[in-house]
Write a protein that binds this ligand. Structure first.
Ligand code: COA
Length: 150
């Protein structure tokens, strides 16, 4: 598997982007101003991480996704590590990420990668998404904010 930058003239893998964030409108709002890295396996894109610079020092992982058939095999962890290294090289000092209160495996992944919980944006998903979202029988209401100094 190879992780590389998404080329300027390359069609973004929308199936993956929408797996992590069902709102095409929200994804479109940050995609063009972000750094995008994709994981290639056997000549097809199986993963993506999107990092959006929020300020001179802070960059946020806005989207991370791995093709469903190949999840749980370490590609998500490798994409996070790659994103952190790329952010370091570009001179950012902090990486942020947000996920739903019901996203149990994502919370595990991010904390294993070294992120710490720094806040909760209450009712974020109720305010921004028209339909209620459920995972593991839990309504996704609040955004858990995590951060890492790099
Ligand atoms: N308890 C403890 N650890 C757990 C866990 C749980 N319930 N669920 C997952 N993990 C751990 C795994 O053990 C692994 O840790 P390890 O590397 O120490 O073994 C880590 O989390 C992630 O595993 P990995 O195989 O690298 O993840 P992945 O390739 O499946 O990618 C996602 C993770 C989230 C990108 C992928 O599942 C995905 O695309 N999900 C849909 C899109 C999405 O939800 N994106 C995030 C939006 S916030």
């Amino acid at each position: 598997m190879v992780i590389r930058s998404l080329k300027n003239d390359e069609q973004p893998p929308w199936d993956l982007l929408l797996l992590a964030d069902p709102s095409e409108e929200l994804v479109s709002a940050y995609l063009n101003d972000s750094f995008c890295y994709v994981a290639d396996l056997d000549n097809s894109v199986v993963g993506i991480i999107v990092l959006f610079p929020k300020s001179e020092d802070i960059i946020e992982v806005m989207n991370i996704a791995v093709s469903e058939y190949i999840q749980g095999k370490g590609i998500g962890s490798k994409l996070i590590k790659h994103g952190i290294e790329a952010a370091k090289e570009k001179g950012f000092k902090t990486v942020e990420i947000g996920t739903g209160n019901s996203s149990i495996s994502q919370l595990a992944l991010y904390q294993k990668a070294g992120f710490r919980i720094v806040g909760i944006d209450q009712d974020f998903f109720v305010r921004h998404y028209p339909e209620p979202i459920y995972e593991h029988g839990i309504q996704c209401r609040d955004m858990i904010r995590l951060s890492m100094q790099i």
